[in-house]
Design a protein around this ligand. Structure first.
Ligand SMILES: [Zn+2]
Length: 105
């Protein structure tokens, strides 16, 4: 495992040195992950990561609208979910789709 705290990959396309601090400031260093169980409707934990809402490989634009601040936990969760979604997309469809209920006699 690479050591934490040192960026081993180049910045994503469209990012510059100011992108991260700018988004964190805009989002007031608060995790923007939607959370219905929270009065604010978002996670609200202190955020120190900036991520794409829609990943670049899924066509997410490199604009501030598509960046948001996330807490470490949600960023890790999102990354894991995207990895698993990508694995699913590669897997062949296991089950045929059931017929539409409206088409049944
Ligand atoms: Zn969070």
């Amino acid at each position: 495992m690479p050591s934490q705290g040192r960026r081993s990959q180049p910045l994503p396309k469209g990012w510059d040195r100011q992108t991260r601090p700018r988004i964190l400031k805009r989002d007031r260093h608060v995790c923007q992950w939607p959370d219905d169980g929270n009065p604010a409707g978002i996670c609200g934990e202190p955020a120190n990561e900036v991520d794409h809402k829609i990943p670049a490989h899924l066509g997410g634009p490199e604009t501030d609208d598509n960046y948001w601040a996330l807490c470490r936990w949600h960023h890790a969760r999102k990354t894991a979910r995207e990895a698993s979604a990508a694995a699913h997309a590669r897997a062949p469809r296991a089950r045929p789709r059931p017929p539409h209920p409206g088409l049944l006699p």
